[in-house]
Design a binder for this molecule. Sequence first.
Ligand code: PEP
Ligand code: MN
Length: 263
Amino acid sequence: LVSRKRRPEDTVISVKGMEIGNGNPILIAGPCAVESYEQTASVADAVTKNGVRLLRGGAFKPRTSPYDFQGLGVEGLQILKKVADEYNCAVISEIVHPQDLDMACEYLDIIQIGARNMQNYELLKAAGRLNKPVLLKRGLAATLDEFINSAEYIMSQGNGQIILCERGIRTYERATRNTLDITAVPILKQETHLPVFVDVTHSTGRKDLLLPAAKAAFAIGADGVMAEVHPDPAVALSDAAQQMNIEEFQRFVEELVSSRFLK
Ligand code: PEP
Ligand code: MN
């Protein structure tokens, strides 16, 4: 169902008046995790002032260590919804449990399925029964064929509103947090009719590489880019090292606009 051979036209996904996948470059920005109303609202204020209308923020965080901040859960989703209403933007957040999907749909405009759950087939099938766009991230060690099959799991249940997101894969290289597989973008665009995004934060794990990675993503045909922004990254409860502060984010957007990757 996701194959380009079966459906030659691009899938375009409408979210709060935004068209994703119609050739108009999209930016998803926001904190790694929702930490408080004030923190989320201050990021929303900054990103919307820079023309971004899709805010991210994790509420259910899949952390490597069980002792690290696990997210605010439902309260985090409630904060996102409040901020979305106040700043007239759309919101996306990761859901990790099939039982939480229906509840989450009341708060979110897009459901994110994270890298660690790309092959959680029960979660994929449950997301496939929703009438809500799903952003599916590539697994940490998933081939593109496995990635495409995971999207197929969602679509097989009836939900065709899927965005694919390359977020870097595990390799032997340690210079970056993961290795951004940039040619995944044109391959996924050729093989499927779905919008393809690149997460520059989790793929590189390095602030100095966010801008070049975003330029590369748009240049190679990505429909959108995801990046993390925090009002004070030094005290962030997760991913402190690679989130941009608000000034850095402003420069990031300006650079993408002046190099004509963003409008
Ligand atoms: C995220 O986007 O918050 C995240 C945890 O990313 P990933 O699933 O790609 O690691
Ligand atoms: Mn993060």
